[in-house]
Write a protein that binds this ligand. Sequence first.
Ligand SMILES: O=P(O)(O)OP(=O)(O)OP(=O)(O)OC[C@H]1O[C@@H](n2cnc3c(O)ncnc32)[C@H](O)[C@@H]1O
Ligand SMILES: [Mg+2]
Length: 210
Amino acid sequence: MAEASQRQVFLASRNAKKLAEMERILSPLVAGIRVLGLDDVDTYDEPVEDQPDFAGNALLKARAAVAATGLPAVADDSGLCVDALNGMPGVLSARWSGPPKSDQRNNELLLAQLYDVPDERRGAHFTCAVAFCVPGADGALSEHVVEGRMDGRIIREVRGEGGFGYDVLFVAEGYDVTTAELSREEKDAISHRGRAMRELAPVMARVLQA
Ligand SMILES: O=P(O)(O)OP(=O)(O)OP(=O)(O)OC[C@H]1O[C@@H](n2cnc3c(O)ncnc32)[C@H](O)[C@@H]1O
Ligand SMILES: [Mg+2]
């Protein structure tokens, strides 16, 4: 029983589609893991994501999750970095068109911003930082951060029904369909999130077993 409870991990995301990706990538890679979501813990305030980089925001979210729940927690901070926009929207990706968060308005704004940008300058990449924080017996936190990246370009009209966020406008390098047109497995195999989570999984397995 003690070992089973050791392997509970809280995935700290308010984005249901992102959370589903995190869970489906991690669960098969960490033996015996029991994934908990927001519905399994008492409500707590979402921390303000005010850090200048993805790793900083991921850590902030994971630390807040541990503080609220006392459980080992994983948080993902991710976003789209567009070359022609000097790396924006970057850490501001979720609310690029202002609150409340809307994928559709974000995509419309991105298309408008890139209206005059020719095909050869529409390069972009997704970045995902994942932080894993584990409370120790002495109150200290053990913290681990990994990052993944997916390169590609921004097309001129939305395509596809899968994924979330900017997937409908993003074509990964070597592909001619958007990441919203890929199957879940195909997206996970190449995505920033898939790469980061696959790097984190053995770390989680080791830390949770200790
Ligand atoms: O912070 P949490 O609660 O996890 O949920 P969130 O949606 O606010 O997540 P972020 O702060 O990390 O912002 C990430 C945004 O970047 C975009 N994004 C990240 N990963 C993406 C992906 O795989 N496909 C498309 N868009 C993505 C999308 O707009 C997300 O809302
Ligand atoms: Mg967020």
